[in-house]
Design a protein around this ligand. Structure first.
Ligand SMILES: Nc1nc2c(ncn2[C@@H]2O[C@H](COP(=O)(O)OP(=O)(O)O)[C@@H](O)[C@H]2O)c(=O)[nH]1
Ligand SMILES: [Mg+2]
Length: 367
């Protein structure tokens, strides 16, 4: 019998080495956890014609851990570890929430130390959905940087807060590109917004517009755009992959503007996002659509998922359904991309407005 010891990081690594050196009939005699790296020590043996398992049982008694026991033990250990990790993650989240709550109380206390009418401004900002920390920072800036007579009433303070918010929102002064693709989560309003803008560019600006959809996953999605294209008398091409997309772009060489609709697929499906990214080359302007009515974490998450597109600007959709536009301020501050339009209803082509920092600030403060 040949016995060998292996120091490895996992069982799979051990099995590969054992199979290579001792052959496919070798068996594992024991595994032992070690401190540090490598993580485990595995002892294996090769049978030389004898019934190895039987002779081992005989030689060391039934107490000797066999392969099945080892795997069972390891499985138990792994599931134990998993539970510990879950518990730890839960605790971290709880602590984070507690910390946030404590910070909120501190900000609250800090803000209440500020003079009456400025505290009212702070309360309004928070009521409108702005986080306590940003709201407290805004009133603190008003207090410190503006002469007291310029903010000695609630109205004056609110006006200055609006100005400060506008100042901190990015201006959309980048050049527009000829090909624009609308990306974003399912149902955010890509197809509807594209139709609104197609009408704006072709009817108001008298540009020659071509439409492409890469959304070939749902028949209804293509039909929806076909109807809009027909009503507006605009050509629509369907391109399910890069080659067809490039062909459509070449076909529309006489167009001033090409608007591209993209699939409403699960944003967490990284494969389909990558294939979309591959279809749209770098000359295409990508516009991320987000709906500020959804939870802040989801918004930040969306922005993160679509980061691979290095999107140029944002369109905020369904602001008519958003009760606390202040949330938008926090998110914009986080994403740092300019907003080109906001959409304000289901009506095509009417419900869309050009965005500007001043307009957004007014919306945030007046809800
Ligand atoms: N209230 C409201 N609904 C909108 C707005 N934009 C789109 N919608 C609706 O949202 C739904 C999904 O829109 P759609 O364009 O198909 O989303 P897509 O999956 O991203 O293409 C439709 O019922 C639209 O009418 C908007 O600005 N406000
Ligand atoms: Mg769509």
């Amino acid at each position: 019998m040949q016995i060998k010891r292996y120091e490895v990081n996992n069982l799979r690594e051990a099995m590969a080495q054992i199979k290579k050196e001792l052959g496919p009939d070798a068996i594992i005699l024991s595994t032992k956890k070690m401190t540090g790296s490598p993580l485990i020590e595995v002892t294996a043996a090769r049978d030389n014609g004898l019934d190895l398992a039987a002779s081992l049982d005989k030689a060391v008694g039934k107490n000797f851990p066999r392969q099945d026991d080892d795997i069972r033990n390891l499985t138990e250990e792994i599931s134990g570890l998993k539970s510990s990790i879950d518990l730890l993650t839960q605790k971290v989240f709880q602590q984070k929430n507690m910390l946030n709550e404590t910070m909120d109380v501190l900000w609250e206390r800090f803000a209440s130390g500020i003079k009456d009418h400025l505290y009212d401004v702070y309360v309004k900002l928070v009521e409108n959905g702005i986080s306590r920390s940003r709201a407290a920072n805004l009133v603190e800036t008003i207090k410190n940087e503006f002469p007291s007579e310029s903010c000695d009433t609630y109205e004056k303070g609110t006006r200055i807060a609006e100005k400060l918010i506008a100042r901190s929102i990015l201006k959309d002064d980048q050049k527009e590109r000829r090909i624009k693709a609308f990306i974003g989560p399912t149902g955010v309003g890509k197809t509807t917004t594209l139709a609104k803008l197609a009408a704006h560019y072709s009817l108001d600006k008298k540009l020659k517009v071509g439409l492409i959809t890469t959304d070939t996953y749902r028949i209804a999605a293509t039909e929806q755009l076909k109807i809009y294209a027909k009503i507006m008398g605009l050509p629509l091409d369907i391109a399910s992959e890069k080659k067809l997309f490039d062909r459509s772009v070449a076909k529309f060489s006489d167009k001033d503007m090409i608007l591209v609709d993209t699939p409403g697929r699960n944003q967490y499906d990284e494969g389909s996002l990558k294939s979309l990214k591959n279809t749209l080359d770098t000359s295409v302007e990508t516009v991320l659509l987000i709906n500020p009515s959804v939870r802040e974490e989801y918004l930040v998450d969306t922005a993160e998922q679509f980061k691979m597109f290095d999107y140029h600007r944002i369109i905020l959709t369904k602001v008519d359904e958003c009760r606390h536009l202040g949330l938008m301020y926090d998110v914009l501050d986080e994403i740092r991309k300019p907003v080109s339009y906001v959409t304000t209803g289901q009506n095509v082509p009417r419900d869309i407005e050009k965005a500007s920092p001043e307009r957004l600030a007014r919306m945030i403060l007046q809800n």
